[in-house]
Design a protein around this ligand. Sequence first.
Ligand code: MD3
Ligand code: FE
Length: 200
Amino acid sequence: MQPGLRYLPGHLGPEDQRQLVENLRAAVAEAPLFTPVMPRTGRPFTVRMTNLGPLGWVSDRAGYRYQPTHPGTGRPWPPIPGTLLELWREVSGYPHDPEACLVNFYNGGAKMGLHRDEDEEDFAAPVLSVSLGDTAVFRIGGPERGGKTGTLKLSSGDVLVMGGASRLCYHGIDRVFSGTSSLLKDGGRINLTLRRVRRP
Ligand code: MD3
Ligand code: FE
């Protein structure tokens, strides 16, 4: 385990999980999932995304960035649900609210390669992750690419707080195990990451 990484297995109970899924269904109706593409190459991600909050993370041929509006509709992102703001206030140890909640949707074949989250100005704030639906294999390494890595299974209701040194560690999702949760009626996995983008 990396210093600053806190793993809170099953932190969200079934009722909170179901409520979040309901919030997300409404949010996705307003701000549909889109398929980001890699900068320059235009190669599509296997994960689909949307965002909640004043800023959202997007990736397209022009690069990675945070922006206030959905790339397809041009409308502002829906608000971050109260349950997530309460969770952030409870576990982040950071005195300002998050500005972005990236919503990642994984179907059975989706994965996310090793990367660092470094498009934010404020690395003093942790990144907080909530897993919903099918179980995934999460991989985390150190601050340099090519270092030693380890894995952790993330199940529905698990919360991870990446603060301190862990904030800038390489990480990714190796695979998702289809059919391991009945939370989402069509299966798959949702990961929510709450982020502070700008310095307060
Ligand atoms: C460790 N998401 O959205 S969440 C991402 O499950 C992302 O969808 C993965 O990586 C997912 O950028 C992993 C856990 C996570 C998130 C951010 C981190 C781990 C992290 C930032 C720094 C270190
Ligand atoms: Fe990440």
